[in-house]
Ligand binder design. Structure first.
Ligand code: BJW
Ligand code: ZN
Length: 250
């Protein structure tokens, strides 16, 4: 690691320990080292599948079987993966800092599996299902003889995730916005920051004067306005940050 990076990590560790509230926005890149594909990279999911055919309500209404097949494949993949050193580092930060809130766009449950207790899921969770008509949560879904799962009300059961054109859960986005406005330090990790309204959170943190840090191997629109941008994988950078916080705390 360069001397510049070591100095940047030490500065950040100090700011993290001084902060009363730390906000963290995570995206698909955080789970890449666990084996979950990202969306927009060259080897990302949407180079193989067209989002407009799968991740929106119209697609589900017109071809629910196709959408379910895609989500069953991803649910199966996500049921087999484990948190990586980046997730565990964020979980350890929770025990070292005054308050940390993980705001995630990911639907894979890996922050909770790693041990973070204050996790805001903006785009839902692939482990849950709900009725598309009445909204009732449904635990197990079965596909009897190729028939699609249906609710008692006659509505179609779907994964409890947020598709394009749908509103984010109100309580979660309000809380996330509040954190972006109040946190003294805000980290944006493994997200391309292009999908709104989640993408607006780190920019709001910049606006209100938080110390904003990005961790991503690639540049994003946030990079030029962040106070520090660590260009590397979160599974490598985050453990180094936690190590520095641990040393400083003593
Ligand atoms: C690493 C790494 C490593 C690699 N370590 N990093 C304002 C302007 C324009 C459009 C809109 C707007 N407001 C709303 C919209 C419309 C739309 C939107 O934002 N579109 C944009 C694409 C322009 N937003 C919506 O529709 C949202 N709803 C909404 O706003 O409702 C109100 C409304 C309705 C109608 C009209 C207007 C307003 C809903 C958004 C729901 C997003 N859903 C998805 C799919 C979920 C289901 C599923 O998974 O199947 O959520 S889209 C997809 O993108 C998924 C992700 O959570 C989300 C964000 O992606 P993310 O996490 O950033 O992944 P990538 O792949 O883009 O980036 C990965 C990054 O990791 C890269 O940068 C890598 O470099 C990095 N990386 N390895 C760290 N090891
Ligand atoms: Zn129903």
């Amino acid at each position: 690691m360069s001397e510049q990076s070591i100095a940047a990590i030490e500065t950040l560790a100090k700011k993290l320990l001084e902060a009363k509230l730390v906000g963290v926005l995570t995206g698909a890149g955080v789970s890449k080292e666990s084996g979950v594909p990202t969306f927009r990279e060259e080897d990302g999911l949407w180079n193989k599948f067209r989002p407009e055919e799968l991740a929106n309500v119209d697609a589900f209404i017109s071809n629910p079987k196709r959408v379910w097949e895609w989500y069953n494949w991803r649910r199966d993949l996500m049921s087999k993966v484990n948190p990586n050193p980046g997730h565990y580092a964020l979980a350890e930060l929770e025990s070292l800092l005054t308050e940390i809130v993980i705001i995630t766009q990911n639907i894979d449950n890996l922050h909770i599996d790693a041990g973070n207790t204050n996790v805001v899921e903006l785009h839902g969770n692939i482990q849950r299902n709900k009725c598309h008509s009445c909204g009732k949560q449904v635990k197990e879904v079965s596909f009897e003889q190729d028939e699609l799962p249906m609710c008692d009300c006659g509505g179609m059961i779907r994964p409890d995730i947020v598709w394009f054109g749908e509103m984010l859960p109100q309580k979660e986005i309000e809380y996330a916005w509040d954190v972006a406005q109040k946190a003294e330090v805000f980290l944006s990790i493994g997200t391309s920051t292009v999908v709104y309204p989640a993408a607006a959170l780190p920019f709001e943190a910049v606006q209100v004067g938080a110390y904003v840090v990005e961790i991503n191997p690639e540049q994003t629109l946030l990079t030029p306005v962040a106070d520090i941008a660590f260009q590397g994988p979160s599974g490598v950078i985050l453990p180094q940050i936690v190590e520095a916080v641990r040393c400083l705390k003593g």
